[in-house]
Design a protein around this ligand. Structure first.
Ligand code: 13P
Length: 256
């Protein structure tokens, strides 16, 4: 098998300690196919609780903890920020970087995102690098240009060889939280473009990078999306807050 599949839960600024409990308990009975990892990314105040409960309950080793953001700086006077070292102390293994909400509301640039990916990799954390076009960009046929401009600064910063340890999440902005999912054909076509783009830099690496789809994935559409040749799982928002629905989505993922 060339590639593992990953289903990551992005709780965003939702959830509470009760959800941490319900989720860990629910995940105890999850059935995963071969070569699948599940990553739960709660808000940072709950990372520690999730880590402790996962350990006490002896959660399946295929289930990891992820953060939703990380600073590009090592330490210092950066009020409100969280460092890679702090995440590591909490048993965090993955970190979402460059989500469209951070790009648009917090004005994160592709250059800053590249620095964050570099910081994460240097610390041994696996970045889940998010890219995606807006509705207007899709309508004006700029999708490929936009995705290339989001990927290239990261390739330039860390080098394509390091992408062997990177996960990419394609999330069309117009599909996030809207209930409008990209059709499986459209998602596959875009994922194929992303893989070709990486392959221009390094074919061997391109085959190995898990490409996740995100944007209104739910228990009804996950199977068709995950069956596509270049879709290696998903980054799940709203549906990841509902344990039973999230488990169905996780069970639909399969390594390729
Ligand atoms: P929804 O699944 O709620 O559309 O959110 C997708 C997302 O932004 C995950 O990062």
């Amino acid at each position: 098998m060339a590639r593992r599949a990953i289903v990551a839960a992005n709780w965003k600024m939702n959830g509470d300690l009760a959800l941490v409990d319900t989720m860990v308990s629910g995940l105890l009975s999850i059935e995963l196919q071969e070569n699948v990892n599940v990553v739960i990314c709660p808000s940072s105040p709950y990372l520690s609780a999730f880590a402790v409960k996962s350990k006490v309950d002896e959660l399946n080793a295929a289930i990891s903890i992820g953060a939703q953001n990380v600073s590009e700086h090592k330490s210092g006077a950066f009020t409100g920020e969280i460092s890679t070292q702090m995440l590591q102390e909490l048993s965090v293994e993955f970190v979402i970087i460059g989500h469209s909400e951070r790009r648009s509301y917090y004005k994160e640039t592709s250059t800053q995102i590249a620095h964050k990916v570099s910081a994460a990799l240097n610390a041994g954390l696996t970045p889940i690098l998010c890219i995606g076009e807006s509705e207007a960009e899709r309508a004006t046929e700029q999708t490929k240009t936009v995705l290339s401009s989001q990927l290239q600064p990261v390739i330039d910063e860390v080098g394509i060889e390091k992408f062997i340890d990177v996960v990419i999440a394609y999330e069309p902005v117009w599909a996030i939280g809207t209930g409008k999912t990209a059709s499986s054909e459209m998602a596959q076509e875009t994922h194929q473009f992303i893989r070709h783009f990486l392959a221009q830099a390094n074919e061997i690496v391109a085959v190995k990078v898990p490409l996740l789809y995100g944007g209104s994935v739910n228990a009804s559409n996950c199977e068709e999306l995950f069956a596509q040749a270049d879709i290696d799982g998903g980054l799940i928002g709203g549906a990841s807050l509902q344990v039973e629905q999230f488990k169905i989505i996780c069970s639909a993922a399969k390594g390729k």
